[in-house]
Design a protein around this ligand. Sequence first.
Ligand code: ADP
Length: 182
Amino acid sequence: MRAEFGGAVLELVQGDITQQATDAIVNAANSGLAGGGGVDGAIHRAGGPKIMEECRKIGGCPTGEARITTGGNLEARYVIHAVGPVYRDGVSGEDRLLASAYRSSLRLAVENGLRSVAFPSLSTGAYHYPLRDAADVALSTVVGFLQNERHGLELVRFVLFDGRTQEEYERVLRRLSPHTLG
Ligand code: ADP
């Protein structure tokens, strides 16, 4: 499913984030930038040791922020490491921190002159953010950024790993944009 916001295409696909040929892919990182399971493990496996070398030099990243490194052996030239919140009880600032992780990633993409970026569904795996709420925060934040900020982005793609995640994101995108491009 695709829709247009602020001159950029917002696209939802089912797939594997490591296989995307966008200028950058976003990692669901932890605050130590230390690698891990899920998206993080897959990116370091596919991208090789250069990515971790740069992560070590950076040292870490607070929750709600993002840092950029090489894409190593990936097709994407850069990896943007975004740290989403661990979901606790829903009233511990999770929505603000999740929105901030998306916004920080997009800001880094723009500062580096990138035109296309692919996101996974941050925080909805090991960090247990309820999927429906996470999809809402993710898409409204990205749409708000595309509509309100100066950017040269042409494509923001969400790469959703499983059918249920894709369905929830599609439901939210349909609500945000009644005129999806199909
Ligand atoms: P977090 O720790 O932020 O919750 P995870 O990596 O555990 O991040 O999971 C985030 C989401 O990414 C989950 O929906 C998970 O199913 C999905 N996911 C796992 N591996 C991949 C992959 N290779 N490409 C895209 N999405 C993935």
